[in-house]
Design a protein around this ligand. Structure first.
Ligand code: CA
Length: 226
């Protein structure tokens, strides 16, 4: 899951970013409303966490423009103000939830989780392929009923493969969805290869039916053998 965080208070932004990354999310950050809008309209994020009081363009305006462009990404508004008017305004403009500052990090986390599994974008909590099952609620992966422990990035990678099972994913696309865009990873495609190899070991090693396949020069695909 990839989150766009639009927040101009740098200390808060970096502590949220750190916390979210530790939970396995990829995080992109914007420090003002204009940049936030531009990034949100790329529609590459699963959730936008949007501060209301922002330089250049406030969060309400950013939200209104996101919705005007028919971008349906879930938005959580962060507001220092607790007035009912602001809450109503935010929800009217198409916010999915809001949090009044100051808030506990785990509360934000709970809202992000709730929103990202909310229907209709997330009617199904368990994704399946052959005897592989990924529970989006508990983050548990099972193969033939057996739990396979995953680390945070492995989980993100697994979720991406499960959501796009049968489709070939290029290294660039995997990198873009599982890791944040603004990070310098050096040899990035190597990073993807290393993680995919780890994941493959966990799900396919010792199994007759292999599910995670390499297409040389193209990328990877999760599918049942034909
Ligand atoms: Ca602010």
């Amino acid at each position: 899951m990839k989150i766009l965080l639009v927040e101009d208070e740098l200390k808060l932004a970096s502590s949220l970013e750190k916390g979210l990354r530790a939970e396995g999310f990829a995080v992109d950050k914007a420090e003002d409303g204009l940049r936030g809008l531009e990034m949100a309209l790329g529609c590459r994020h699963d959730v936008v966490v949007l501060d209301v009081m922002l330089p250049y363009m406030d969060g309400f305006e950013v939200l209104a423009r996101i919705r005007r462009e028919r971008c349906k990404v879930p938005v959580i508004l962060l507001t220092a103000r607790t007035g009912l008017d602001d809450r109503v305004k935010g929800l009217d403009l198409g916010a999915d939830d809001y949090l009044a500052k100051p808030f506990e990090f785990r509360e934000l986390l709970a809202r992000i989780r709730a929103i990202s599994r909310r229907p209709p974008s997330e009617p199904q909590l368990i994704l399946r392929l052959a005897d592989l099952e990924l529970n989006l609620g508990s983050h548990e992966l099972r193969r033939a009923g057996q739990v396979i422990p995953l680390r945070t990035k492995e989980y993100s990678l697994m979720e991406l493969f499960m959501r796009r099972k049968g489709l070939v994913l290029s290294r660039g696309m995997i990198l873009d969805h599982v890791w944040a865009s603004d990070t310098d990873y050096g040899d990035a495609s190597n990073l993807v290869d290393v993680y995919v190899a780890q994941l493959r070991k966990k799900i396919d090693s010792g199994r007759e039916q292999k599910l995670l396949h390499t297409l040389r020069g193209t990328g990877y695909v999760l599918r049942e053998p034909s």
